[in-house]
Design a protein around this ligand. Sequence first.
Ligand code: CUA
Length: 335
Amino acid sequence: MHRTRSGRTRSPRRQRLVSLIALAGLILMTGCGSAFPTFRPVSSQGKIIVHQFVVVLILSAVVFLIVFGVLGWVLLHYRGQEGDDEPSQTAGNKTLEIIWTSIPIVMLIGLFVYSAFTMKSVDATDSSALQINVIGHQWWWEYQYPSLGIDTASELHLPVGQPVQLNITGADVIHSFWVPDLGWKMDAIPGKNNTMSLNLTKAGTFDGSCAEFCGSEHAWMRIRVIAQTQSDFNNWTKMMRSPSPQPMSALEKQGQQIFNSSTCVNCHVFSRVGPSLTHLGSRQWLGSGVMDNTSENLANWIMNVQNIKPGALMPDFHYSPEQLDALVAYLEGQK
Ligand code: CUA
C-alpha cells in the first residue's frame, strides 16, 4: 500500500484501476498515426460515407459524455457517508421515462433517414457510367471493359472524373472487392451482380485485397487500382486495344510457338480458366500481387507456381532452360 503525503492510504484496487486506464489509453493510442485510407477516400461515394461516419461518431460521443457524465456525477454526489441510513426508495417517474425513451427514438429515426439518404446517393448509378465487370476467381481478379473490348487481370485501370460502375461477381466462391482508398467494399458472389459506383477524385495507385476468406491463397488475391487522368486512361485503353506486338526475335518466335503448342493457350486464351495474358509485359504484378512482373519472376512462376501459390489451377511446368527463356521472352515482349 502507498502512503500519500496526507497520510491516507491508496488501496491496491485503486492502483489497479489507474494501471488499467493507462493500459487502455496506450492501446487506444496505437491507432494514432496517419489516417487509414478509408477516412480520406478518393471517391465522392467514399466521402459521403465518411461524412456520415463522422456525424454518427460525434453524436455517439455526445451521448456517451452525457450518460457517463451524469452517472459519474450521481456516483460522487450521492455516495454513502458514514452514519447514512438507507435512502428512501422511489420507483417510476412517468415524465422521466417518456423523456429517456423518446430522445433515443427521435435520434434513431434521424439516423435511419440520414442512412437511407446516404445509401441512395452512394448507390446512385449514372447511365453514362463506364461499365466494368469485376470477377473474382480463386485467386485473381478479372476486369472486363465490355464497351472498350478489353479483358484483363492484375491491375484495374480507372479514369478520374468519369463516372464508373463496377459490376462485381464471383466465378467460383464468394470473394470481396475491397480497396480502402475507394471508401467502400463489395462482395463478389457467384450468380449475383453487385454494383459499386465510383467517381474518382484523385489519380494514383491504390492497393486492396480480397476481403472474404476464399481458400488457401486468399491472402494473395490482391487488388491494384490505377486511377488515371482521362488522357492517361485513354492512352492505356488505346494500348490495350491495339493488337499484341508480333514477336520479333527468333527467341520470341520460339516462345510464341511453345505458348501456342502447349497447354498455356488452352487456359489463357480459349477456355479462359486463367487470366488473359494480352499485353502482359505492361503489367506491374504477377499472380495477383504475389510478385512484381519481371522476367526472373515470370520464369520462376511458370516453373514453380505450386510452390508460390499452392492450389492455384495452373500446374508447374517443366520446360528446359532454353524453352523457358523463349517463353518468357515472348510473354514479356507482349507490351
Ligand atoms: Cu478471394 Cu479471398
